[in-house]
Structure formats: structure tokens, C-alpha cells
Write a protein that binds this ligand. Sequence first.
Ligand code: VAH
Length: 318
Amino acid sequence: MKKILVTGSTGQIGSELTPALRQRHGADMVVAAGHRTRPGESLLASGPYVAFDIRDKGALEKVIIQYDIGAIYHLSALLSAVAEERPQQAWDVNINGLVNVLEAARIHGCRVFHPSSIGAFGPSTPQDNTPQETIQRPKTIYGVTKVTGELLGDYYFLRYGVDCRGVRYPGLISHETLPGGGTTDYSVEMFYGALRQKKYTCYLAPDTRLDMMYMPDAIRAAIGVMEAEAAGLSHRNAFNVTAMSLTPAELHGAICKQIPDFTLDYKVDSVRQAIADSWPNSMDDSAARSQWGWRPEYTLETMTADMLARLAGKLGRG
Ligand code: VAH
């Protein structure tokens, strides 16, 4: 069996997707790749790790040949807020990196997973129950790279038969690795604030409604769409997937049910507020449900309970 390559393996998704794939396929069958962030000891100890810049096409191709890669989960990317600080670098990593992956997949016959995001929508997109097929005029460079990535995935499938697939992720909540440079990171930071200081200052307004998902569901979505029968995937590169639609105030309320004296105040960051306001309030994920059986498992309540239990252990407050 050919091996699996996970790019961006030290990031928020990669740090949980890599162990999940290693458990599913065997440690040595999953090659973790990273660039700037030093991998954790558990990632290094649990299977092969390679360091290279996704913009280096030769380095990528060398890894694919050396490890006989047959599938690539491509996660390397700059997230929305940091991308707005460095738009040219965001294009370089998010798009030139993706083109390198798609070209390598075309030449070496690899299947590819590359995530899009609710960031692929903009202020002219219907914000409630956002359809699978709708207006996509994002006003952030992150969103521009996500729409471009969706279109590149479709092109490489239609023009070259590259079997590439993807989902539009909502904000992701996780306990393994802190997210870096996203707009939805408040949802993770709030849990750390609740456990460490019993207070948190949120950079989004209390009624900012966004789709969210717990990382275990996000991992199941990536593996689910990659292992689905190709014939049924008419929206193959950009399935809306979601689990919950929530606001900072609602997340605060859910945490307070377990930590009653957790206080929240607000200091709105205008850049990230503008990004969040341009994204949907809730997505319609019926296409993913009907075409490959997508179903979230975690609700706001069960996610909150699991996050607090796992973080408390990690922070020594269990
Ligand atoms: C971000 N967490 O905030 C990412 C994600 C839907 C948001 O793409 O940029």
C-alpha cells in the first residue's frame, strides 16, 4: 500500500489528523511534514517526519518518491488574520504550495485532500443556511486563496483526472495545538482563559455568529471525504461541513455551566471583526450528508465538556 503524506502536520488540524491516520493505517504508513514549527516529541516519536517548505517543488517531489506516497492531506496554509498581515506570503504559501501539491499529484498519481473554509464566502453570500453552491466574493486574501484552491482542485480533476477532494471547514475548536493567526481562534482561547484565569477578553463582539466544529469531527470529515466513493462526489472539492453555529456569548454560557465564575469581557479587534462579519452565520451541509454520509457527532454541550476535561488534564487543573 502506498503511504500518506500530511503537510502542515504541526498545525491545528495536522497535529490531530496525523495521529488519527497513523492509528488507522499504521504509524509507518503516514509521513508527517512540517516547515517552521518544531514538531512535538509525540509526533516525532510516532512515525516518519520530514521538514521542507511546501513552496519547494523539488523537495516535495523528493519526499513523494522517497516514501512512495499515494495520498496527500495538504494542510499547509496561512490562516485568515495572519494572511491579512502578509497577503503576498499568504498567496505564495496557500496557492503556490497547493499548485506544487496538485502538480506532484498529477505526475505521481496521488489522491489529494485540501481544505477550503467558510472564509471562501464573502459579504454578498447568503449568510443564513449558506447554500453549497452560491456567491463567493470574499474580501480577504485568505478567502481569495480558498476560492482559488477550490477552483484549482476542480480544474485538476476535470483536466487531468487528479482525484482531489476537500471540505469547507468552519471555525475549529481543539485542545492539542493552539491555532495560529485565525479569526475563530477566540473559541479555543476562551477555554484556556476559563481554566487558567477564569476570565477572557474576546476580540469578537458577543453576537458574532459563526459556524464551528470540534476537531474530532473535523478529522472524521477529512478522512470521510477522502475514503468516499468517487462516483458520488459531485461537489468533490468544497463540501460545506458544519456542526454548530454559535456566538462568543453562547460559548461563554456553555462554559459557565461547568465553571460558573468564568467572566468574559470584550475588546473588539476591528480587523478580525470585519473578517468574521463577512462570513456565514450558518451553512447548509446537506450535500456532504447526501453525497458521502457526513454527520457531526459533537454538540456545543458535548464539545465543551470534552474540551474542558482534556484541557484541564493538559494544564494540570484536572
Ligand atoms: C481562521 N480557523 O480563522 C480559520 C478558519 C473558518 C476559519 O479558516 O482563519
